[in-house]
Design a protein around this ligand. Structure first.
Ligand SMILES: NC(=O)c1ccc[n+]([C@@H]2O[C@H](COP(=O)([O-])OP(=O)(O)OC[C@H]3O[C@@H](n4cnc5c(N)ncnc54)[C@H](OP(=O)(O)O)[C@@H]3O)[C@@H](O)[C@H]2O)c1
Length: 312
Protein backbone atom coordinates (compact mmCIF):
# COMPACT_ATOMS: atom_id res chain seq x y z
CA UNK A 1 0.00 0.00 0.00
CA UNK A 2 1.33 3.44 -0.87
CA UNK A 3 2.12 5.90 1.88
CA UNK A 4 -0.19 8.89 2.41
CA UNK A 5 1.04 12.02 0.67
CA UNK A 6 1.93 14.68 3.25
CA UNK A 7 2.28 18.29 2.11
CA UNK A 8 4.25 20.52 4.51
CA UNK A 9 4.14 24.25 3.74
CA UNK A 10 7.03 26.21 5.23
CA UNK A 11 9.14 23.04 4.94
CA UNK A 12 12.44 24.89 5.31
CA UNK A 13 11.32 26.58 8.53
CA UNK A 14 12.06 25.51 12.08
CA UNK A 15 8.91 23.43 12.46
CA UNK A 16 8.57 22.48 8.78
CA UNK A 17 12.03 20.92 8.68
CA UNK A 18 11.23 18.91 11.84
CA UNK A 19 7.98 17.74 10.20
CA UNK A 20 9.91 16.60 7.15
CA UNK A 21 12.43 14.72 9.34
CA UNK A 22 9.76 13.09 11.49
CA UNK A 23 7.20 12.48 8.75
CA UNK A 24 9.28 10.78 6.10
CA UNK A 25 9.13 7.28 7.61
CA UNK A 26 5.36 6.97 7.29
CA UNK A 27 4.57 9.43 4.50
CA UNK A 28 5.41 10.44 0.98
CA UNK A 29 6.51 13.94 2.03
CA UNK A 30 6.33 16.93 -0.24
CA UNK A 31 7.73 20.20 1.13
CA UNK A 32 6.97 23.67 -0.10
CA UNK A 33 8.95 26.84 0.59
CA UNK A 34 8.64 30.34 -0.86
CA UNK A 35 11.99 30.33 -2.61
CA UNK A 36 14.52 27.73 -3.73
CA UNK A 37 16.89 26.71 -0.91
CA UNK A 38 20.09 24.77 -0.81
CA UNK A 39 19.36 23.28 2.63
CA UNK A 40 19.52 19.50 2.85
CA UNK A 41 16.15 18.01 3.71
CA UNK A 42 15.11 14.41 3.18
CA UNK A 43 12.28 15.23 0.79
CA UNK A 44 11.49 17.06 -2.41
CA UNK A 45 11.23 20.84 -1.75
CA UNK A 46 9.26 22.83 -4.27
CA UNK A 47 9.39 26.61 -4.50
CA UNK A 48 5.72 27.60 -4.34
CA UNK A 49 4.98 31.17 -3.33
CA UNK A 50 1.71 31.01 -1.40
CA UNK A 51 1.05 34.64 -2.36
CA UNK A 52 0.70 33.44 -5.96
CA UNK A 53 -2.82 32.01 -6.14
CA UNK A 54 -2.34 30.42 -9.57
CA UNK A 55 0.94 28.76 -8.56
CA UNK A 56 -0.67 27.27 -5.44
CA UNK A 57 -3.57 25.91 -7.47
CA UNK A 58 -1.22 24.36 -10.09
CA UNK A 59 0.96 22.75 -7.43
CA UNK A 60 -2.05 21.20 -5.65
CA UNK A 61 -3.49 19.87 -8.93
CA UNK A 62 -0.09 18.39 -9.86
CA UNK A 63 0.14 16.39 -6.63
CA UNK A 64 -3.05 16.43 -4.54
CA UNK A 65 -2.11 15.77 -0.88
CA UNK A 66 -3.82 13.42 1.58
CA UNK A 67 -2.63 15.48 4.56
CA UNK A 68 -1.67 19.15 4.65
CA UNK A 69 0.23 20.73 7.54
CA UNK A 70 0.19 24.45 6.84
CA UNK A 71 3.20 25.82 8.68
CA UNK A 72 4.33 28.64 6.35
CA UNK A 73 3.93 32.18 7.69
CA UNK A 74 5.59 35.52 8.08
CA UNK A 75 6.86 34.76 11.57
CA UNK A 76 8.85 37.87 12.50
CA UNK A 77 6.62 39.57 15.07
CA UNK A 78 8.32 42.96 14.62
CA UNK A 79 8.29 42.73 10.81
CA UNK A 80 4.54 41.99 10.93
CA UNK A 81 4.04 45.07 13.11
CA UNK A 82 5.98 47.38 10.80
CA UNK A 83 4.38 45.97 7.62
CA UNK A 84 0.82 44.91 8.42
CA UNK A 85 -0.10 44.50 4.73
CA UNK A 86 2.73 42.02 4.18
CA UNK A 87 1.68 40.21 7.37
CA UNK A 88 -1.95 40.01 6.26
CA UNK A 89 -0.96 38.81 2.79
CA UNK A 90 1.45 36.13 4.07
CA UNK A 91 -0.61 34.90 7.01
CA UNK A 92 -4.23 35.34 5.90
CA UNK A 93 -4.14 35.79 2.10
CA UNK A 94 -1.75 32.89 1.53
CA UNK A 95 -3.90 30.65 3.72
CA UNK A 96 -6.95 31.59 1.68
CA UNK A 97 -5.12 30.68 -1.53
CA UNK A 98 -4.30 27.27 -0.10
CA UNK A 99 -7.87 26.71 1.09
CA UNK A 100 -9.22 27.66 -2.33
CA UNK A 101 -6.81 25.35 -4.14
CA UNK A 102 -7.80 22.47 -1.84
CA UNK A 103 -11.56 22.99 -2.30
CA UNK A 104 -13.02 19.76 -3.62
CA UNK A 105 -10.04 17.74 -2.33
CA UNK A 106 -10.85 15.51 0.64
CA UNK A 107 -7.70 15.88 2.72
CA UNK A 108 -6.83 16.25 6.38
CA UNK A 109 -5.83 19.88 7.11
CA UNK A 110 -3.77 21.02 10.11
CA UNK A 111 -2.85 24.65 10.66
CA UNK A 112 -0.07 25.93 12.91
CA UNK A 113 -1.27 28.90 14.92
CA UNK A 114 0.30 30.54 17.94
CA UNK A 115 0.04 31.34 21.63
CA UNK A 116 0.26 35.00 20.51
CA UNK A 117 -3.47 35.04 19.79
CA UNK A 118 -3.83 35.69 23.56
CA UNK A 119 -3.13 38.99 25.32
CA UNK A 120 -1.02 37.29 28.02
CA UNK A 121 -2.80 38.93 30.93
CA UNK A 122 -3.16 35.68 32.90
CA UNK A 123 -1.80 32.56 31.15
CA UNK A 124 -2.98 28.96 31.43
CA UNK A 125 -5.26 29.53 28.42
CA UNK A 126 -7.66 26.80 27.32
CA UNK A 127 -9.29 26.41 23.92
CA UNK A 128 -12.43 28.04 25.37
CA UNK A 129 -10.67 31.32 26.25
CA UNK A 130 -11.37 34.23 23.92
CA UNK A 131 -8.33 35.30 21.87
CA UNK A 132 -7.47 39.01 22.03
CA UNK A 133 -4.11 39.43 20.25
CA UNK A 134 -1.89 42.37 21.21
CA UNK A 135 0.07 42.61 17.96
CA UNK A 136 -0.37 42.35 14.20
CA UNK A 137 1.29 38.91 14.06
CA UNK A 138 -1.26 37.51 16.52
CA UNK A 139 -4.13 39.26 14.71
CA UNK A 140 -3.17 37.82 11.34
CA UNK A 141 -2.71 34.30 12.75
CA UNK A 142 -6.17 34.60 14.34
CA UNK A 143 -7.53 35.80 10.98
CA UNK A 144 -6.10 32.68 9.35
CA UNK A 145 -7.62 30.44 12.05
CA UNK A 146 -11.04 31.95 11.38
CA UNK A 147 -10.72 31.63 7.60
CA UNK A 148 -9.75 27.96 7.95
CA UNK A 149 -12.53 26.96 10.34
CA UNK A 150 -15.13 28.80 8.23
CA UNK A 151 -13.97 26.96 5.09
CA UNK A 152 -13.11 23.55 6.58
CA UNK A 153 -14.78 23.02 9.98
CA UNK A 154 -13.16 19.57 10.14
CA UNK A 155 -9.66 21.14 10.10
CA UNK A 156 -7.44 21.13 13.17
CA UNK A 157 -6.01 24.47 14.31
CA UNK A 158 -3.03 24.06 16.61
CA UNK A 159 -1.96 26.87 18.96
CA UNK A 160 1.57 26.37 20.17
CA UNK A 161 5.09 27.73 20.84
CA UNK A 162 8.37 25.96 20.12
CA UNK A 163 12.14 26.05 19.78
CA UNK A 164 14.59 23.67 18.11
CA UNK A 165 17.35 23.30 15.53
CA UNK A 166 16.98 25.37 12.36
CA UNK A 167 18.29 24.19 9.02
CA UNK A 168 18.28 27.77 7.70
CA UNK A 169 20.88 30.22 9.04
CA UNK A 170 18.69 31.65 11.78
CA UNK A 171 18.30 31.02 15.50
CA UNK A 172 15.42 29.89 17.68
CA UNK A 173 15.46 30.99 21.33
CA UNK A 174 17.25 27.80 22.40
CA UNK A 175 19.92 28.10 19.70
CA UNK A 176 20.49 31.79 20.51
CA UNK A 177 20.92 31.15 24.24
CA UNK A 178 23.19 28.18 23.61
CA UNK A 179 25.29 30.18 21.12
CA UNK A 180 25.92 32.85 23.75
CA UNK A 181 26.78 30.26 26.40
CA UNK A 182 29.24 28.57 24.05
CA UNK A 183 30.79 31.93 23.19
CA UNK A 184 31.48 32.46 26.92
CA UNK A 185 28.90 35.24 27.18
CA UNK A 186 26.11 35.77 29.67
CA UNK A 187 22.51 35.37 28.53
CA UNK A 188 19.82 37.88 29.44
CA UNK A 189 16.79 35.84 30.56
CA UNK A 190 13.44 37.60 30.71
CA UNK A 191 11.77 37.11 34.08
CA UNK A 192 8.58 38.86 32.95
CA UNK A 193 7.63 36.70 29.93
CA UNK A 194 6.12 33.24 30.44
CA UNK A 195 5.45 30.50 27.89
CA UNK A 196 5.08 26.73 27.49
CA UNK A 197 7.33 25.76 24.57
CA UNK A 198 7.69 22.35 22.95
CA UNK A 199 10.75 21.11 21.12
CA UNK A 200 9.89 21.37 17.39
CA UNK A 201 10.57 17.63 16.88
CA UNK A 202 8.25 16.69 19.78
CA UNK A 203 5.64 18.99 18.27
CA UNK A 204 6.13 17.44 14.82
CA UNK A 205 5.55 13.92 16.23
CA UNK A 206 2.39 15.09 18.00
CA UNK A 207 1.10 16.73 14.81
CA UNK A 208 1.68 13.59 12.78
CA UNK A 209 -0.20 11.53 15.38
CA UNK A 210 -3.07 14.02 15.41
CA UNK A 211 -3.19 13.97 11.60
CA UNK A 212 -4.32 10.36 11.97
CA UNK A 213 -7.25 11.25 14.26
CA UNK A 214 -10.50 13.00 13.41
CA UNK A 215 -10.09 15.71 16.06
CA UNK A 216 -11.25 19.08 14.76
CA UNK A 217 -11.36 22.71 15.81
CA UNK A 218 -8.83 24.42 18.05
CA UNK A 219 -6.27 22.48 20.06
CA UNK A 220 -3.44 23.68 22.30
CA UNK A 221 -0.12 21.81 22.06
CA UNK A 222 2.32 23.00 24.70
CA UNK A 223 4.77 21.69 27.25
CA UNK A 224 3.08 20.10 30.26
CA UNK A 225 4.63 22.81 32.44
CA UNK A 226 5.19 26.51 31.76
CA UNK A 227 8.02 28.80 32.83
CA UNK A 228 9.56 32.23 32.36
CA UNK A 229 12.09 32.75 29.58
CA UNK A 230 14.67 33.22 32.35
CA UNK A 231 13.84 29.78 33.83
CA UNK A 232 13.94 28.24 30.35
CA UNK A 233 17.46 29.56 29.78
CA UNK A 234 18.59 28.36 33.23
CA UNK A 235 17.27 24.85 32.52
CA UNK A 236 18.85 24.84 29.07
CA UNK A 237 22.20 25.85 30.58
CA UNK A 238 21.96 23.00 33.12
CA UNK A 239 21.11 20.38 30.46
CA UNK A 240 24.03 21.50 28.26
CA UNK A 241 26.47 21.60 31.21
CA UNK A 242 26.86 25.37 31.66
CA UNK A 243 26.68 27.14 35.03
CA UNK A 244 23.14 28.47 35.51
CA UNK A 245 24.71 31.66 36.93
CA UNK A 246 25.55 32.69 33.34
CA UNK A 247 21.84 33.48 32.85
CA UNK A 248 21.21 37.03 33.99
CA UNK A 249 17.69 37.94 35.13
CA UNK A 250 16.39 40.83 33.06
CA UNK A 251 13.16 42.49 31.95
CA UNK A 252 11.95 42.23 28.38
CA UNK A 253 11.59 45.98 27.93
CA UNK A 254 8.79 45.08 25.54
CA UNK A 255 8.09 48.79 25.02
CA UNK A 256 11.36 49.10 23.08
CA UNK A 257 10.31 46.53 20.49
CA UNK A 258 8.11 47.36 17.50
CA UNK A 259 5.40 44.93 18.57
CA UNK A 260 3.87 44.48 22.02
CA UNK A 261 4.67 41.10 23.59
CA UNK A 262 2.02 39.28 25.65
CA UNK A 263 3.34 38.69 29.20
CA UNK A 264 2.06 35.21 30.02
CA UNK A 265 1.00 32.99 27.12
CA UNK A 266 1.27 29.62 28.84
CA UNK A 267 -1.27 27.25 27.31
CA UNK A 268 -3.31 24.53 28.96
CA UNK A 269 -2.85 21.40 26.83
CA UNK A 270 -5.26 19.22 28.81
CA UNK A 271 -7.57 18.64 25.86
CA UNK A 272 -4.66 17.45 23.70
CA UNK A 273 -3.42 15.12 26.45
CA UNK A 274 -6.91 13.58 26.68
CA UNK A 275 -7.06 13.05 22.87
CA UNK A 276 -3.53 11.62 22.75
CA UNK A 277 -4.04 9.50 25.88
CA UNK A 278 -0.78 10.70 27.43
CA UNK A 279 0.68 13.85 28.99
CA UNK A 280 2.56 16.26 26.77
CA UNK A 281 6.37 16.46 27.14
CA UNK A 282 7.72 18.61 29.97
CA UNK A 283 10.22 21.41 29.34
CA UNK A 284 12.95 19.19 30.83
CA UNK A 285 12.08 16.33 28.43
CA UNK A 286 12.16 18.77 25.51
CA UNK A 287 15.58 20.14 26.45
CA UNK A 288 17.06 16.64 26.85
CA UNK A 289 15.84 15.72 23.35
CA UNK A 290 17.16 19.09 22.05
CA UNK A 291 20.59 18.05 23.34
CA UNK A 292 20.31 14.55 21.83
CA UNK A 293 19.21 15.82 18.40
CA UNK A 294 21.97 18.40 17.89
CA UNK A 295 24.47 16.02 16.35
CA UNK A 296 21.84 14.14 14.36
CA UNK A 297 20.46 17.32 12.75
CA UNK A 298 23.91 18.79 12.09
CA UNK A 299 25.29 15.56 10.64
CA UNK A 300 22.27 15.30 8.32
CA UNK A 301 22.90 18.88 7.14
CA UNK A 302 26.58 18.16 6.55
CA UNK A 303 25.76 14.99 4.62
CA UNK A 304 23.31 16.96 2.50
CA UNK A 305 25.79 19.74 1.88
CA UNK A 306 28.30 17.20 0.55
CA UNK A 307 25.74 15.75 -1.83
CA UNK A 308 24.38 12.79 0.17
CA UNK A 309 21.19 14.42 1.50
CA UNK A 310 17.88 13.89 -0.12
CA UNK A 311 17.22 17.60 -0.85
CA UNK A 312 16.12 18.91 -4.17
N1 LIG B 1 8.66 29.79 16.01
C1 LIG B 1 7.76 29.82 17.01
O1 LIG B 1 8.08 29.85 18.20
C2 LIG B 1 6.29 29.78 16.68
C3 LIG B 1 5.40 29.84 17.75
C4 LIG B 1 4.05 29.68 17.51
C5 LIG B 1 3.59 29.48 16.21
N2 LIG B 1 4.46 29.49 15.19
C6 LIG B 1 3.93 29.23 13.85
O2 LIG B 1 4.52 28.03 13.40
C7 LIG B 1 4.69 28.06 11.99
C8 LIG B 1 6.13 27.72 11.65
O3 LIG B 1 7.00 28.67 12.25
P1 LIG B 1 8.57 28.56 12.06
O4 LIG B 1 9.20 29.38 13.14
O5 LIG B 1 8.93 27.14 11.86
O6 LIG B 1 8.72 29.35 10.65
P2 LIG B 1 10.05 29.90 9.99
O7 LIG B 1 11.22 29.15 10.49
O8 LIG B 1 10.02 31.39 10.10
O9 LIG B 1 9.83 29.48 8.46
C9 LIG B 1 8.79 30.03 7.71
C10 LIG B 1 8.56 29.15 6.50
O10 LIG B 1 7.44 29.70 5.78
C11 LIG B 1 7.81 29.84 4.42
N3 LIG B 1 7.10 30.95 3.83
C12 LIG B 1 7.00 32.21 4.28
N4 LIG B 1 6.30 32.96 3.41
C13 LIG B 1 5.93 32.14 2.40
C14 LIG B 1 5.22 32.31 1.18
N5 LIG B 1 4.73 33.48 0.81
N6 LIG B 1 5.05 31.23 0.37
C15 LIG B 1 5.55 30.03 0.70
N7 LIG B 1 6.24 29.80 1.84
C16 LIG B 1 6.45 30.85 2.66
C17 LIG B 1 9.31 30.10 4.46
O11 LIG B 1 9.88 29.82 3.18
P3 LIG B 1 11.19 30.65 2.73
O12 LIG B 1 12.28 30.26 3.70
O13 LIG B 1 11.45 30.17 1.34
O14 LIG B 1 10.83 32.10 2.84
C18 LIG B 1 9.75 29.10 5.53
O15 LIG B 1 9.83 27.81 4.98
C19 LIG B 1 4.26 29.45 11.55
O16 LIG B 1 2.94 29.37 11.05
C20 LIG B 1 4.30 30.29 12.81
O17 LIG B 1 3.36 31.33 12.77
C21 LIG B 1 5.81 29.65 15.38
Amino acid sequence: MSKPRLLVTGATGLLGSALVREGRAGHDVQGWARQPHTVALPCRIEAVDLLDEAAVSCAVEAAPPDIVIHSAALTSVDRCESDPSAATAANVGATQHLLKALRGHACRFLFISTDAVFDGMRGGYTEEDAPTPLNVYGQTKLGAEQAILADRPEALVIRTAFYGWNVLPKESLGEWALGRLRAGETVPGFTDLFFSPLLADHLARLLLTLAGTNSAGILHLASADGCSKFDFAVRLAAVFGFPPGRIVPSLSGAGRLAAARPRNVTLNAGRAAAILGRPLPTIEEGLREFLRLELIVKQASLAGASGHGGGR
